[in-house]
Design a protein around this ligand. Structure first.
Ligand SMILES: *Cc1c(COP(=O)(O)O)cnc(C)c1O
Length: 408
C-alpha cells in the first residue's frame, strides 16, 4: 500500500538521495532514511518501515503528524481563500488574534511565518520601543542574549550566536548585542546599561542540548528586567505550545515575558506560522508601513493555527506531555549505566547525554533507527528525545525498551 502511495508521488526507479546530492545545497546531513508518510507519532519510510518520531521536526509537530482536524482546516481553508496580503483584511485574522490572546493571556499579536522572523520582529520592536518610550540615545540600543543561544539563521540572529559553525564565514554582523552566560541572572543584570532595551532568552536552550537553567533563573531575570526598564523577550518557538508540559515554559516559574515568541507547533507542522505575543503595549510602537510580511497573517495560516491551538487544548496534549514526559524520564533514568551520563528534560523535551568515551551520539542514533526509532543527535554527545505530544504510555514503554537495548 505504501509503495502504491509512493509510486503516485515519486518517479519509480529514481534515487532521491542521488538527486539531493546532485542538485541540493549541502547545508544538512540527515539520517539516511527517506520518509514518505506520517500519522500521529509514527513515520513510514519509502520501503514501508515504521519509525517512532523522537524529533517531531524540532517540536513543530507537537500535535502529531497529519493531525486530521488540522489537515481538514488546511484543506478547507485552501479551497476558500489562501492569501490576500495585509493590504486587504481577511475573515480569519481577527479570530486567530482573539483565540491566541485568550489562550496565552496576551494583549496583542504580530503574525509572521518562520520562527526566526518572529525573533527578528521582536528585536526590531524592542529597539523602536527603546528609542521612543525608554528614551535611549538614537542608534545606541543594546540587546542582551545568552551564550549557547539558538534563535534561527538570519544574518542578524546568527551574528550573536556563539556557535562557530553558525557564524563562520557569514560576517560582518549587526552590532548592538551583548552575550552573557546562560543561567547566571547576576551576570545578566551586571551587563544591563542605560542603553539596554531588551533581553532575549530561551527558557530552556533546545539546540544547545536541552539546557535547563537553575531554578529561579527566569524569575530573577524577569525581576532584573523590571527593575531596569528592559523588555524581556522569551523565545518559546521550541519550548512553547505544550512541549515542556505547560502551554508556555515560562509558566514553570510563574513568569510573564513582555514579548513571547511562538512558531513551530503553532501550525502543528503543516505550514510555517509564527507570532510575537505582547504582554506590554510594546507592539504599539509599530505604525502602518513600519514592518510587514506578505504571507504573515494570511487566512490559510490563521485557519491552520486556530485549529492547531484548539486540538492542543481540547485533546489534552499539554497534560499528556507532562505525564508521558515524566514516564519517559523515569524510564531513561532507570536504564542508567552503559553509555548514559545524564538524563535531563521537562515534559517531552528530553536529552540523554552520553559519556564522552561512548564515541559520539550519531552511531547510537543509527542503532536506534535500526530498531524503529528516529532520533537526532545534538552536538556530539547528546541525543534529543522529543516525540509528538500525542504519544501513549504503551508507546513510551516500547521506546524505552529500544533505548535500553541500545544505550544500556
Ligand atoms: C527553531 C527555532 C527558531 C527558528 O525557527 P525557524 O522556523 O527555523 O526560523 C528560533 N528559536 C528557537 C528557540 C528555535 O528552536
Amino acid at each position: 500500500m505504501i509503495s502504491d502511495v509512493l509510486e503516485a508521488r515519486v518517479r519509480p526507479q529514481v534515487d532521491v538521495r542521488a538527486l539531493e546530492a546532485e542538485y541540493g545545497a549541502r547545508n544538512y546531513k540527515p539520517l539516511d532514511v527517506v520518509i514518505a508518510r506520517g500519522e500521529g507519532v509514527w513515520l513510514w519510510d519509502v520501503e514501508g518501515r515504521r519509525y517512532l518520531d523522537c524529533l517531531s521536526a524540532y517540536s513543530a509537530v507537537n500535535q502529531g503528524h497529519c493531525h486530521p482536524r488540522i489537515v481538514a482546516a488546511l484543506t478547507d481553508q485552501a479551497q476558500r481563500l489562501t492569501l490576500t496580503s495585509r493590504a486587504f483584511r481577511n475573515d480569519q485574522l481577527g479570530l486567530f488574534y482573539e483565540e491566541i490572546c485568550q489562550l496565552t493571556g496576551s494583549h496583542s499579536v504580530l503574525p509572521m511565518n518562520t520562527g526566526v522572523e518572529a525573533v527578528e520582529s521582536a528585536l526590531k520592536v524592542a529597539r523602536k520601543w527603546g528609542y521612543e518610550v525608554k528614551g535611549v540615545t538614537p542608534g545606541a540600543a543594546e540587546i542582551i542574549v545568552c551564550a549557547g543561544n539558538f534563535h534561527g539563521r538570519t544574518l542578524s540572529v546568527v551574528g550573536f550566536s556563539t556557535d562557530p559553525t553558525s557564524t563562520g564565514g557569514f560576517g560582518p554582523f549587526t552590532p548592538g548585542f551583548r552575550i552573557v552566560p546562560f543561567g547566571d541572572a547576576a551576570a545578566l543584570e551586571a551587563a544591563i546599561t542605560p542603553n539596554t532595551v531588551a533581553v532575549l532568552i530561551e527558557p530552556i536552550q533546545g539546540e544547545a542540548g536541552v539546557i535547563i537553567p537553575p531554578a529561579g533563573y527566569l524569575a530573577a531575570v524577569r525581576a532584573a528586567c523590571t527593575r531596569h526598564d528592559v523588555i524581556l523577550i522569551l523565545d518559546e518557538v521550541q519550548t512553547g505550545l505544550g512541549r515542556t508540559g505547560k502551554l508556555l515554559a515560562e509558566e514553570h516559574e510563574g513568569v510573564e515575558a513582555d514579548l513571547t515568541l511562538v512558531g513551530k507547533a503553532l501550525s502543528g507542522g503543516v505550514y510555517p506560522v509564527s507570532a510575537v505575543l505582547s504582554n506590554k503595549e510594546v507592539l504599539g510602537v509599530l505604525r502602518p508601513g513600519e514592518h510587514g510580511s506578505t504571507f504573515g497573517g494570511n487566512p490559510l495560516a490563521c485557519a491552520v493555527a486556530r485549529m492547531a491551538l484548539k486540538v492542543l487544548v481540547e485533546e489534552g496534549m499539554v497534560e499528556n506531555a507532562a505525564f508521558q514526559g515524566a514516564r519517559m524520564m523515569a524510564g531513561l533514568a532507570e536504564i542508567g549505566g552503559g553509555a548514559i551520563r545524564d538524563v535531563r528534560g521537562r515534559g517531552l523535551m528530553i536529552a540523554v547525554e552520553l559519556r564522552p568515551e561512548a564515541g559520539g551520539a550519531r552511531r547510537y542514533c543509527e542503532a536506534l533507527q535500526a530498531r524503529g526509532l528516529l532520533c537526532k543527535e545534538t552536538h556530539d554527545h547528546t541525543i534529543r528525545i522529543a516525540p509528538p505530544l500525542v504519544i501513549t504510555g504503551g508507546e513510551v514503554d516500547w521506546a524505552l525498551e529500544q533505548f535500553a537495548a541500545v544505550l544500556g
